[in-house]
Design a protein around this ligand. Structure first.
Ligand SMILES: Cc1cc2nc3c(=O)[nH]c(=O)nc-3n(C[C@H](O)[C@H](O)[C@H](O)COP(=O)(O)OP(=O)(O)OC[C@H]3O[C@@H](n4cnc5c(N)ncnc54)[C@H](O)[C@@H]3O)c2cc1C
Length: 455
């Protein structure tokens, strides 16, 4: 039986709730504070949920209560001198961009969707295409306010309360509820990106482009055709982008900081499970490789460069009701090439097609105890469900662990506690802070219980 109220707030039952990958799902009870002062842990086990853009079970709490932050989304204060924006943690990157791009400011780090909350970005310590230059999201957070298990509101920052700050950045909501974030924005002169595409014939060329200073840019990423095999293993298109300067734009553009608004097109129904299979994905990869490889240097709106998938609302329905698995790992520089080669060979050999495969270079590791990035290469794969997928992914985990890497918590739905512990050597430091600020284990999630991080 779902209680009618928890912590004085009316509850809502969310049956079969999932993350963005729609796997796994669980029945959850949620409260949705409408006022800032109502943002509190409730019941014996609580978890903040932002926009539900993590893929697996990080934002599920089937044994407790979800605290939805979506109504606490005000932008509070902006200081043009320092570029620091103070906002409630339920505000999304889309909210920030809509308000700030026309004023000449951009978010300092962005994942591949703008429909993420600021709290979710700090809790996952997200990275973007500029990680090798600018680090993770937390590197640009001047301070954050966290509501702790005892209801106390504490402001922490890299200089003051740094233990709590670095446990919260990447801590997946397990230290408390982030209620406010002060974020240092990046100045821009236009809303347009100058982009360069370069075709890479194999993995060595792709990695060469990602790591060669002569080809570097602020934002870089490589799309891989993960079904290519043999001599073409790891072929792809390297994409490098910079914020364009006003003099690079066509003269007819009146205001370089304004883009014509575009309505996202909805993806209207679930595709049947068989629609995405190695044959259709191979065809997509071949066409994509051809189209993107033909484009060399061009200008495009920032939305098209950073958020190509946001243009289709609910694109995750393309994978059908069974959902899909996002698998993202990082390997340190020394083993990244060999490990990635082994993973691509396994994908190709077992015909486990990935609709999108994105390879990215990471810069130095940050101080977040459970932050994902480390210096090296990261690959993100979208794999639809098929026979034997679990066993196959366990095989990928083995390669990742053997090469000293780790799997990303914000994308994970199935790794074992053992794989997790092998990849996150600072877990002990995280647990010490958690024990100090949450001694009764009031913050927990389906992910934390699966991985043995907390109740
Ligand atoms: C299309 C797509 C592309 C993506 N690309 C990238 C990428 O390039 N790089 C990257 O790093 N990630 C990427 N992601 C993952 C995404 O950025 C993260 O999962 C992010 O955390 C989602 O934010 P959210 O508000 O939806 O959080 P949710 O999914 O709702 O929650 C994620 C975690 O954050 C916690 N949390 C949320 N709000 C708060 C809060 N206020 N206080 C404390 N904890 C909180 C939750 O408890 C949960 O553990 C992508 C996701 C999608 C769907």
């Amino acid at each position: 039986m779902t209680p009618e109220r928890v912590g004085g707030l009316p509850t809502k039952r969310l049956e079969g709730l999932g993350g963005w990958g729609r796997f796994p799902t669980s029945d959850n009870v949620a409260v949705r504070p409408e006022k800032f002062r109502q943002l509190q842990p409730v019941g014996a086990s609580s978890l903040a949920r932002g926009m539900g853009r993590s893929y697996g079970d990080a934002a599920l709490n089937s044994e407790g209560t979800l605290v939805l932050t979506e109504r606490l989304d005000r932008l509070l204060e902006f200081d043009p001198e320092s570029g620091v924006l103070r906002a409630e943690a339920g505000a999304t990157l889309a909210d920030v961009l809509a308000a700030m791009v026309p004023r000449g400011w951009f978010v300092p780090v962005t994942p591949g969707t703008k429909f993420c909350s600021l709290g979710g970005c700090l809790a996952a310590d997200v990275h973007g295409k500029n990680h090798h230059r600018d680090g993770t999201f937390s590197a640009h957070v001047a301070a954050a306010e966290v509501v702790l298990a005892n209801g106390e509101r504490v402001v922490c920052s890299p200089d003051d309360g740094s233990e709590l700050f670095w446990a919260t950045a990447g801590g997946m909501g397990l230290t408390g509820i982030v209620s406010e974030v002060a974020l240092r924005l990046t100045p821009i002169e236009t809303a347009t990106m100058r982009v360069r595409h370069t075709v890479a014939r194999d993995l060595d060329e792709t990695i060469g482009l990602l790591t060669d200073p002569a080809h570097d840019a602020r934002y870089t990423v490589a799309w891989l055709d993960c079904l290519a095999s043999g001599a073409r293993l790891g072929r792809g298109v390297y994409m490098a982008g910079e914020h364009a300067r006003p003099e690079e734009l066509p003269l007819r553009i009146e205001d370089p900081l304004r883009l014509a608004p575009k309505r996202p097109k909805p993806f209207p129904f679930d595709l049947p499970g068989w629609a995405l299979n190695p044959v259709t994905i191979r065809a997509f990869n071949a066409v994509y490789n051809w189209v993107q490889g033909r484009r060399r240097e061009f200008l495009c709106p920032y939305e098209a460069f950073f958020y190509p998938l946001d243009g289709i609302h609910g694109w995750n329905r393309m994978y059908g009701k069974r959902g899909f698995v996002q698998y993202q790992y990082v390997l340190p520089t020394a083993t990244a090439r060999q490990g990635t080669k082994e993973i691509l060979e396994l994908l190709s050999r077992e015909r486990k097609a990935s609709f999108l495969a994105v390879l990215k270079r990471f810069g130095p590791e940050g101080p977040g105890f459970l932050s994902f990035p480390m210096e090296g290469l990261t690959l993100a794969l979208d794999i639809p469900f098929s026979e034997g997928l679990e066993r196959f992914l366990d095989g990928l985990d083995e390669i990742v662990v053997a090469h000293g890497g780790r799997v990303y918590l914000a994308k994970d739905s199935r790794m074992s506690a053992q794989t997790f512990r092998a990849g996150y050597p600072r877990l002990g430091e995280f647990l010490e802070v958690k024990a100090a600020v949450d001694p009764e284990g009031r913050f927990g999630s389906d992910l934390s219980r699966r991985l043995g991080i907390g109740r």
